[in-house]
Design a protein around this ligand. Structure first.
Ligand code: NAI
Length: 332
């Protein structure tokens, strides 16, 4: 049986890292039927829409997408395709594992965290208005149902991946009503998971503690903006955005993507580091039930980076994307 996956190459280095990831996944032998569709700034330039209906239709049909980064020009009225996809497919959970890669020198060894970010509410609800010229209000929306499903997602992940602790990150000391609600819901959900330790932590202190000693955390769950920032911090703990995978998951659909952007400064040069999307591909294989293939990809990444002979320039090497991918496939 083969799996149908919608492949969206995206902008900038997107097509380069998407092609690299496709090669690595195909080399595992897991049969994937790739349905390639476009989205992004280049697509908007070509055909007028950054998110063509055919792309959405394909995602609705296959239910699984692998997506390269998409450029969002600032100040052009161009809506973010990423935000649009999360809303249209109700991909409410952003899953950002941060696991150390052997051989990649970072501040701490053996980092192993999972950050789960709420993807549809908070300050990203897009509700902004000008009160009077010079005064703008942005609404931060926290709902009981939105909080419940993201906290349940965190506990389910903790149970499925045999993790010990869930930390709910908040700012309820200041945002008493909104984060107060988030915490109230969290405490209720936590009662249904007595086997998993429950902890609450204030967001600013959490940032400091993560930098000092990440081993005190395990699974962390939080609202949208806090999650956006904290998950980039945890990516920094494992070597930066070039190696950080992610998944956007809802009840019916899932899109796997790298955390980094379209890197216009190196696009087309053939030197992009595809690791983040390759590891996102491993998460996708895991979601499809192919844990073994996912582990083989992670081991190959660890091996090639530890050997240090075929690294892309961002990792301090001189190899191009193709050479790095050839080494990954050999290590598989
Ligand atoms: P960026 O992540 O594209 O680039 C930041 C720096 O990291 C650049 O120097 C770039 O060369 C480097 N870099 C990023 N990924 C790399 C990789 N795989 N290999 C080697 N070097 C890499 O962030 P920036 O410049 O802020 O954003 C560029 C565009 O990407 C913007 O239009 C932004 O909106 C979009 N973006 C899209 C995302 C997505 O689709 N998920 C996420 C973040 C930004």
């Amino acid at each position: 049986m083969s799996y149908a996956v919608t492949l969206i190459p995206g902008d900038g280095i997107g097509p380069e890292v998407a092609e690299a990831t496709r090669r690595v996944i195909d080399a595992t032998g897991v049969p994937i039927e790739w349905h390639e569709h476009q989205a992004g700034a280049a697509e908007a330039h070509r055909h007028g829409s950054p998110l063509p209906e055919a792309t959405l239709e394909s995602l609705r049909e296959t239910k699984i997408g692998l997506k390269g980064p998409i450029g969002t020009p600032i100040g052009t009225g161009f809506r973010s395709v990423n935000v649009e996809l999360r809303k249209r497919l109700d991909l409410y959970a952003n899953f950002r594992p941060a696991r150390s890669i052997k051989g990649l020198k970072t501040r701490h060894d053996d980092v192993d965290l999972i950050v789960i970010r709420e993807n549809t509410e908070g300050l990203y609800s897009g509700l902004e208005h000008m009160v009077v010229p010079g005064v703008v209000e942005s609404q931060r929306v926290i709902t009981e149902s939105g909080s419940k499903r993201i906290i349940q997602a965190a506990f389910k992940v903790a149970r499925n991946f045999k993790r010990k602790k869930v930390t709910v990150v908040h700012k309820a000391n200041i945002l008493k009503l909104s984060d107060g609600l988030f915490l109230e819901v969290a405490r209720e959900v936590a009662r249904q998971y007595p086997d998993i330790e429950y902890q609450e932590a204030i967001v600013d202190a959490t940032a400091m503690k993560l930098v000092m000693d990440p081993s005190q955390f395990d699974v962390l769950v939080m609202e949208n903006l806090f999650g956006d920032i904290i998950s980039d911090l945890t990516s920094g703990l494992i070597g930066g955005l070039g190696v950080a995978p992610s998944a956007n998951i809802g009840d019916n659909y899932a899109i796997f993507e790298a955390v980094h952007g379209s890197a216009p400064d190196i696009a087309g040069k053939g030197i992009a580091n595809p690791t983040a999307l390759v590891l996102s591909g491993a998460l996708m294989l895991q979601q499809l039930g192919n844990n073994q293939a996912a582990d083989r990809i992670r081991n190959a990444v660890n091996t090639v980076i530890a050997e240090g002979k075929a690294l892309t320039p961002d990792l301090g090497g001189k190899a191009n994307t193709r050479k790095y991918v050839d080494a990954l496939i050999k290590a598989l």
